[in-house]
Design a protein around this ligand. Structure first.
Ligand code: ASP
Length: 303
């Protein structure tokens, strides 16, 4: 099987003329290039997507790990999910605080516990128990997010959905999907959630079948967008179901975004790789930075 990788930097109302979208696309290209190298060297799909997502979690302009959005109390609570399509093993964390790489903590939930999903204080306690590196809030709080939070704090009527529709407001969760030389598919999604969300709010990203899904029999998928809508239609699993019914990854992403629009009037984006190794993506927001590479082909970045 020819390995392939696709990553995204979040669907939202990006300013298409601005610098940030360029940085977002560049980060996606770098993450895809890293995963491509790993896959060509013989790494598994799940190893490659973890490292690709770590790179995106480090990017200060994306809403995951460093650069995550602040909640209504000025805190950072992050959600992440990783899934192995070979075994359907998965690990997830939600509302976890003070970790730089939530996707790696989610993978440790998968490999080091009998559970699949740990939240909030329990996830933090697990991180400490296994010696997983912790950080301070200040390490995650970079760029303009603090200033933006202080402005938003005054806006009583602010809706968290705004970042997916209002010009320049963005929405920049990260995700990755890969297929390796053995035909194993894996998918991952990591996010700081939505700006000014209530403490304890969990979006679609860590929910299996919503924020991501991976099954060697059909496809791997990572989703982004307004989580309160995405989760209602189990959008990632829906893409896999469309692939099972005969659609390609690209056509399945289009069909699922259409369901999102027509059924719940939602905004979002998807990336996918099907079991035949075909790569696809689709979104109905202003933009969604992405990067992909098939085999040893050139790394393509776009939005
Ligand atoms: N889906 C994420 C959430 O609702 C946000 C995003 O994709 O930007 O938490």
């Amino acid at each position: 099987m020819t390995p392939a990788i696709i990553v995204h930097g979040g669907a939202g109302a990006w300013d298409l003329a601005g610098e940030r979208i360029k940085q977002g696309v560049a980060a996606c290209r770098d993450a895809a290039a890293l995963a491509q190298t790993m896959l060509l060297q013989g790494c598994t799909a799940i190893e490659a997507i973890e490292k690709a997502v770590n790179l995106l979690e480090d990017c200060p302009i994306l809403d995951a790990g460093r650069g995550s959005y602040l909640n209504s109390e000025g805190n950072v609570e992050m959600d992440a999910l990783i899934m192995d399509g070979a075994t359907l093993e998965m690990g997830a964390v939600a509302a976890v605080q003070r970790v730089r790489y939530p996707i790696s903590l989610a993978r440790r939930v998968m490999t080091d516990t009998e559970h699949t999903f740990l939240v909030a204080d329990g996830a933090s306690a697990f991180a400490d128990r296994i010696g997983f590196p912790r950080c301070e809030l200040e390490d995650l709080l970079v760029g303009d997010e603090l200033a933006r939070y202080l402005d938003l704090k005054k806006e009583g009527s602010y809706q968290t959905a705004t970042i997916f529709t209002e010009a320049g407001a963005m929405g920049d969760t990260v995700g990755a999907v890969a297929i390796d030389q053995w035909g194993n598919i894996a998918a991952a999604t990591s996010t700081g959630g939505t700006r000014k969300k209530l403490p304890g709010r969990v979006g679609d990203s860590p929910l299996v079948g919503s924020g991501a899904y991976a099954d060697n029999w059909t496809a791997g998928v990572s989703a982004t967008g307004y989580g309160e809508k995405l989760m209602k239609i189990l959008i990632s699993k829906r893409v896999c179901d469309f692939v099972a019914a005969g659609l390609s990854a690209a056509a399945a992403c289009q069909a699922a975004i259409r369901v999102l629009e027509e059924r719940v009037n939602g905004q979002g984006g998807l990336i996918a790789i099907d079991a035949r190794g075909q790569v696809g993506w689709h979104y109905n927001t202003d933009a969604m930075p992405y990067g992909y590479a098939i085999g040893d082909g050139i790394v393509v970045g776009g939005r």
